[in-house]
Structure formats: C-alpha cells, structure tokens
Design a protein around this ligand. Sequence first.
Ligand code: C5P
Length: 237
Amino acid sequence: MRGISTSLDMAKNKIIVAIDVATKKEALDLVEQLRGDISCFKVGLQLYTAEGPEIVRAIRATGANVFLDLKLHDIPNTVAKAVESAAKLGAQMLTIHLCGGSEMIRAAVSAKPRELSLLGVTVLTSADEQTLRQVGIPDKIENHALRLAKLGVEGGIDGLVASPHELKMLRQQFGTKIKLAVPGIRPSWSEAGDQKRVMTPHEALDAGADYLVIGRPIIADPRPSEAVNKILSGLEG
Ligand code: C5P
C-alpha cells in the first residue's frame, strides 16, 4: 500500500501544470481545483503579461511553487536584473532562452540565488526543421538542441526545457546532474494542437524526464482534476 502511495506522490511531484489562461481569477480557480494533486504551477507569458508579478505572489500564497516561464532573452545585464526580480518574487523555477549565448547565460546564472532553479530552453517544441531554416539554421533539430544544451550546462544552468524526443540524448550527454523539464506532453486521449514533437506522460518519464509540463490536456478539459487523475493513474506502476 505504502509503495503505491509513494509512487503516486512521486508522479504528482513530476507534473507541472501550465496555467496558460488570461486572468488571475481563472488561474487561481485552477490552482484551487488542482492543489491537492499538483504542487507546482507554470506561469507563462500570457498570464504574466495580463496580471503581472501579483499572480506569482498570489499562487505562492496558496503554498504552491511557481515555475515562471518568461523565456528571458535579452542583453546580459537586462537578463541578470530580471533573474534577480524573479527571485525576489519567490519563483522556484525560471526559464531563459539558451540561444541568447554564453555571456547572457553566465550573467543569468551569476544573478540567481541557490533556491531559484534556472532552466534553459533549447528548441521550442512547436518548432520543426522548417522553422530552423526560416531563422537561418541549416542543422538538424537534435544537433541544434544539443549545441544549445551544452552551452547552457557549461554556463552553469540547473536544468533544460527540451522536447521529449531529445530526452534520451540529453540524459546520455549530461547524466543526472541536469534536471529535464519536458513540454509537448500529450496523453493518448488528448489532441496534439500546435505541438509537433509530442510524447505521452509515461513515455516521457521512461525516457528520463524529471518534470512533465502539461497545459491544455489539463486546463482545457472541462474537469481539470479528472484529467490530472487520468494522467496519474496512467503513470502508476
Ligand atoms: O498546452 P501545452 O501542454 O502544449 O503547454 C505546454 C507549455 O509549455 C506551454 O506553456 C508552452 O509555452 C511551454 N513550452 C513549450 N515548449 C518549450 C518550452 C515551453 O511548449 N520548448
């Protein structure tokens, strides 16, 4: 019995729900509905732009952790100052774009306190090779993602946000010293939408993910907590 509940708790701690909604009210409704099962919520650009830092404080006030997904990409000084601000807000995780280069990455790492995990974004999971060609990158997605990941790890980041299909390669390359957070997760019963490189929760954990970032399959469901339970029961055992 204890074994089952322990594995369920472990599975719960691996799911981060992306609360990609427009208002504080919708966001806090979701946090309240899911708080029993989920301990970390991702605040992205839509919600942060609409509600500002107050939304982070409000979620933190419920006792939940916040993954602040601002995907920072700017000159090193500006990124460093934004990292300091995010840390003061009480976020536990923050993202930067690794294509900002090593000087920007190092500035971000130097600005963060130990309790804030800095995650680097390699290639967005909505991107495909055509997207890379459009921005002048002739390489395969995997090569480009690995190049950026190495830049991030050399610069001292705590983890990577990567496509599920790069998980095995990244684990092989960096072992367990790097946390891997994976969006583009789609349970078999949900639709892929604009995500092009998807995996089921089970497949992604098997491939070595530390955290599954899941948005629409949960938040667009008429009963979000049932969607979480369906995902959790698919992960048990
Ligand atoms: O709704 P869905 O499950 O596709 O949400 C995935 C979340 O992960 C979104 O908030 C998206 O911004 C984010 N994300 C992503 N791909 C990355 C990094 C973050 O989809 N490479």
